[in-house]
Design a protein around this ligand. Structure first.
Ligand SMILES: Nc1ncnc2c1ncn2[C@@H]1O[C@H](COP(=O)(O)OP(=O)(O)OP(=O)(O)O)[C@@H](O)[C@H]1O
Ligand SMILES: [Mg+2]
Length: 491
């Protein structure tokens, strides 16, 4: 283990790291910070939740001139929520250096952002669409940027974003430093990346599997029509602290959310069709624990760091292995443990095997729990609570009442009644989830990768929709990919 001191980090940052409770560097930090400080272009790949944000954040902040009130570093992230989160982490790291990071993203008033940009932040973290709007309106000056960062680099260099990224990079000085980070980096994307960089140093933290080993991975083979009940049963048995349920389409996210609410769960949904205000409030409620189940499209799959997520459910199997890696990586972060449970319809078993092959990990088969298992699971939660209260031994005031009850009834009946009262029984409101076509895997020639054309033209406006619709000031991309297979315009 390497201390941050050994990595040549400034005292102001050491102070910030100390206040954040970071004692030692993670492997990706230890390997990339010195390289980036020396001025190299870097491609950094390491598993989800292993501290890639600080790996690019620390050297970036250390290279910035605090006195110069111009944008010196520009980070780009695929979703609004991630841009906000990265800016927050950079601000924590930069606290003692007098450097500020500003997030700019779609769905927020332009005027407000223009004012904030005039305030002189040294770092901007942006979603690509909104950044291009500012560039075209000349409300942002990126001509002094010395460091460009692509967080979730493979996603940013994917079909949906690549043209925007090229245009953004063209607006920066050519002698800038470029840092690319992600947990996944398919070869096709790595090749594109190296063309945009200068002799990049590639750092790949060696791991047997692409997924984090402290996430227990399971799958349940189950027909589409039984998924919702199975999810209910599972939530009852596991009683997760916080769970994220990923589904394939916005419509299904809405339906699952409403269904869970009707059954009495504290669930909320998040996807690209909601207003930014709603997206933020849902995420905040989830972070504060006022919502237990977040139902989401892939808009929440990448980068989000929410502590306390114990379970990730793939209500629908993801389109590609990379998406699987990022989705399940919302749990088991920073050394914590987590569980990932994927629902696979019988016709989608080939997709499961593809994911296992690409990620080099294995999912253990689980049998779908029965209603009886679920009932027992709920009761167990109550029993645990009851046992905890017994252990606290502060029951004297209740002894007399207990004695009276036991004179009239037998002990089993009294305890069963108490358990029944304390157990939150599930409402059995009927819920209908509209079905989706199963994902099919046709082997791409030789590569074994799914033929969903994710990398070469299959993705039309999917990336766009994450940030809401953005067309003002930009070329209308409709039509550009309209003949190609629509991979995912549904986030
Ligand atoms: N050296 C460290 N010591 C302790 N905690 C750390 C350290 N570095 C990062 N963390 C914490 O670990 C968590 C995960 O970090 P981060 O979000 O940067 O992961 P990531 O590698 O970018 O994951 P993803 O691939 O999902 O985006 C964060 O809460 C972060 O504050
Ligand atoms: Mg990250």
């Amino acid at each position: 283990m390497t201390t941050f001191n050994e990595l040549g980090v400034s005292t102001q940052i050491l102070k910030a790291l100390n206040s954040m409770g970071f004692e030692e560097s993670t492997p990706i930090q230890a390997q990339t910070i010195p390289l980036a400080l020396e001025g190299n272009d870097v491609i950094g790949q390491a598993q989800t939740g292993t501290g890639k944000t600080a790996a690019f954040g620390i050297p970036t902040i250390d290279k910035i001139d605090a006195k110069l009130r111009k944008i010196q570093a520009l980070a780009i992230a695929p979703t609004r929520e991630l841009a906000i989160q990265v800016a927050e982490e950079l601000n924590r790291l930069a606290k003692f250096k007098g450097i500020r990071a500003l997030a700019i993203y779609g769905g927020q008033h332009m005027d407000r952002q223009i004012r904030a940009l005039k305030d002189g932040p040294q770092i901007v973290v942006a979603t690509p669409g909104r950044l291009l709007d500012h560039m075209r309106r000349r409300t942002i000056n990126i001509s002094n940027v010395q460091i460009a960062i692509l967080d979730e680099a493979d996603e940013m260099l994917n079909m949906g974003f690549i043209d925007d990224i090229r245009e953004i990079l063209k607006g920066m000085p050519e002698d800038r430093q470029t840092l690319l980070f992600s947990a996944t980096m398919p070869k096709e994307i790595r090749d594109i990346a190296t063309h945009l960089m200068k002799e990049p140093k590639e750092v790949k933290v060696k791991a047997k599997e692409m997924t984090v080993e402290n996430i227990d991975q399971f799958f349940i083979e189950i027909p589409e029509k039984h998924k919702f009940e199975t999810l209910n049963n599972h939530l009852d048995i596991n009683s997760p602290d916080l769970a994220i349920v990923f589904s394939r389409t916005k419509k299904r996210v809405d339906e699952i959310t409403e269904g869970l609410q009707a059954r009495g769960y504290r669930a909320e949904g998040i996807h690209g069709d909601l207003t930014q205000g709603k997206r933020m409030s849902v995420l905040n409620k989830f972070k504060n624990g006022r919502v237990d189940v977040l139902v989401a499209t892939d808009v929440a799959a990448r980068g989000l760091d929410i502590s306390g997520v114990t379970h990730v459910y793939n209500f629908d199997i993801p389109q590609d292995p990379e998406s699987y890696v990022h989705r399940i990586g919302r749990t088991g972060r920073a050394g914590r443990t987590g569980e990932a449970i994927s629902f696979i319809t019988p016709r989608e078993m080939a997709q499961l095997h593809l994911i296992e092959k690409v990620t080099k990990s294995k999912m253990k088969r689980l049998m779908p729990p029965t209603n009886k298992d679920a009932q027992r699971g709920k009761q167990q939660v109550t029993i645990d609570k009851l046992q905890k209260t017994i252990n606290q031994q502060e029951l004297k005031d209740y002894h007399e009442a207990a004695n009276e009850l036991l004179q009239e009834n037998d002990s089993i009946t009294v305890i069963a009644a108490a358990l029944k009262m304390l157990t939150k029984e599930r409402r059995d409101t009927p819920v209908q989830i509209s079905s989706v076509a199963p994902i099919s895997v046709k082997k791409a020639q030789g590569s074994g990768r799914s033929n969903n054309k994710r990398y070469y033209g299959g993705r039309n406006q999917g990336g766009r929709n994450q940030g809401g619709n953005r067309n003002q000031g930009g070329r209308n991309r409709k039509g550009k990919f309209q003949n190609s297979r629509n991979r995912n315009n549904s986030k």
